[in-house]
Write a protein that binds this ligand. Structure first.
Ligand SMILES: Cc1cc2nc3c(=O)[nH]c(=O)nc-3n(C[C@H](O)[C@H](O)[C@H](O)COP(=O)(O)O)c2cc1C
Length: 342
């Protein structure tokens, strides 16, 4: 069944999560090409937006061909959040996200993100204010609770539904877990069973088969991919392929991985200049992980901010791989959870 949030019907139920420092315009272009049913910008500070910070507005740069796209807000003041929601809607968001899950101290300290899980009543007020201010679907994202002793996702989920939200995204970890351990899919199943709005499950979806398992185990209406797609945007199309056809499409070969990495570098350079090349270093490490003999090219990429040199390094590595001049045992592909523990 197609996923529907209010009047917005998605073409599939495989969604790309908001990832701070990752899901910028170039990354989202790749995610859209891979067929994501919905993509997200990086989260946006409501307080900064209301002050019209230039950097914040830039995070919200949207391409014409990337709709539907969600812009996720974080903040703790219902009136300010309502004002910010009006702004992101005017800016072109198709979905208004609200972050009730971010564990990062600088967000939590100001009572944003996951700190609000300790105050379900405030969550209710924020969601109601944002729903009232916007004509777009509002989809908050939560964690299972603050810590293992206070898992309250069912209560928070119900509060969010009663406040008029059109869907809920849930990451199956507590705030205390940050990104460690495993996501608790049982809690996700409990939330899904309690709510009538669509529930999107998130946490540890590293392979296409993980999404199938999550859907079967929890009954969620859709899946939200995150770290598994870093340096691996094909996770999106391969997951869609498995869900739609019952068979997992093959992993891309080394050459197509590198061709995409090269393109990602080009998109970043075009959009952010040299600064984008510095930002690409972490992406490059994710793409190159598991490729035979990639240690040398990884080292050299980490030392260059010259676009032509970088493209030359990648082309040379591709050529050596093609000719079988690089020999070493492949590592396991994909991003390991601990690699991205922010
Ligand atoms: C680098 C990074 C940045 C993230 N930024 C956001 C964000 O801006 N908003 C948000 O709701 N979650 C954010 N998250 C959390 C992810 O959306 C997701 O909930 C989490 O990674 C669990 O899914 P996974 O186990 O499949 O990675 C971030 C996670 C990482 C690793």
């Amino acid at each position: 069944m197609k996923l529907k949030f209010g009047n917005l019907e998605l073409k599939n139920n495989v969604l790309m999560a908001p990832l701070c420092g990752v899901t910028d315009l170039p990354f989202r272009r790749l995610a859209v090409e891979q067929g994501a049913g919905l993509v997200h910008t990086e989260m946006v500070s409501c307080a900064a937006l209301v002050r019209d910070s230039h950097k914040t507005v830039r995070i919200m740069d949207l391409a014409e061909d990337e709709h539907p796209v969600g812009i996720q807000l974080f903040g703790c003041n219902p009136e300010e959040m309502a004002e910010a929601a009006r702004m992101v809607e005017a800016h072109g968001a198709d979905v208004i996200g609200i972050n009730f899950g971010c564990p990062v101290p600088k967000v939590v300290k100001h009572n944003g993100g996951s700190a609000l899980l300790k105050e379900p009543a405030t969550i209710g007020k924020i969601v109601a204010a944002v729903v009232k201010a916007s004509s777009k679907p509002v989809i908050p994202k939560i964690r299972t609770g603050w810590d293992a002793q206070s898992v309250n996702a069912e209560e928070v989920g119900k509060t969010i539904e009663d406040a008029g939200a059109h869907g809920l995204m849930i990451h199956g970890r507590t705030r205390a877990q940050k990104f460690s351990g495993y996501a608790d899919w049982d809690v996700i199943a409990g939330v899904k069973a309690k709510l009538s709005i669509p529930v999107i499950g998130n946490g540890d979806l590293m392979k296409p088969e993980d999404s199938i398992r999550m859907m079967e185990k929890t009954g969620v209406d859709g899946v939200l991919l995150a770290r598994g797609a870093m340096g691996n945007p094909w996770l999106i199309s391969r997951t869609i392929g498995l869900l739609e056809n019952g068979e997992t499409p093959a992993e891309p070969d080394f050459d197509s991985r590198l061709a995409t990495l090269q393109r990602h570098f080009s998109l970043m350079f075009e959009y952010k200049g040299t600064h984008g090349l510095a930002e690409m270093r972490k992406h490059a490490m994710w793409y190159l992980k598991g490729l035979p003999g990639s240690a040398e090219v990884r080292n050299r990429l980490n030392q260059s901010l010259d676009f032509n040199e970088i493209i030359g390094l990648l082309q040379d590595y591709r050529e050596r791989l093609r000719l079988g001049l690089v020999v070493s045992a492949p590592e396991v592909s994909g991003v390991e959870p601990e690699m991205a523990a922010v």
